[in-house]
Ligand binder design. Sequence first.
Ligand SMILES: [Zn+2]
Length: 256
Amino acid sequence: MGKVYIIVISLLVFASCDNQVKKNTDIRKQKKEIIRKDSIVKKKYPDYLNNDFLMGKFDPSRHKRFVRIEDKYTNKHNIYLDKDAYQSFLKMYQDAYNDGFKLKIISATRFFDYQKGIWERNWKKRKKIKNPVKRALDILKFSSMPGTSRHHWGTEVDLNVLENSYYTKGEGKKIFDWMTKNAHKYGFCRPYTAGRPFGYNEEKWHWSYMPVSKLYTRYAKENMKDEYIKGFSGSETAKQIEITKKYILGINKHCF
Ligand SMILES: [Zn+2]
């Protein structure tokens, strides 16, 4: 009888050990799967790309993706551009020049605090508008909310003259027509076209270097949230305005 007990107990112990081993193997498999999926997600984007980068919270003069724009291509000093965007811009500049047009960069990378300075000035100027959402929307007609500007990314340039009417006649129209016909050959796209349902107003002078900005737009779509936009007057309106959906992602669909 005693022997039978020992055999039964031994079998139970073996069975439970076997179950435990199986469980452990399953957990290890699951863990491996999570790590594998995680590395795929991480590989989809370069290591420097995160929400702080998207919101311009870095110093372009020290960032590996950025180069200083030579003075002959801009009316500013010490402004920066993504290095691939810059290389492609130089080719476009040369071809436009050979066709008789001079492209001048008026604005390129703008970091968060710079955009914050512009925003705060505009916020104070509109102190008569008591409703904060209305006040923010009024500023958004002309300039972007800190953290939501594509200019943070280094892939964007404002060219020649910051006025839509300039591009409807004479020299401006010629430049605009040349850009409309040729910019895509160098990877540039115009994100702020007319007739979009929402977002920033039309800007005929603003061009985006798609091979890089497309990746950032996708990252923003997957990771950016309105509540991350903060640190300046009126930032609490970001959520009500749906700043991510309507402004960051409210661009010409051909620039996605
Ligand atoms: Zn611009």
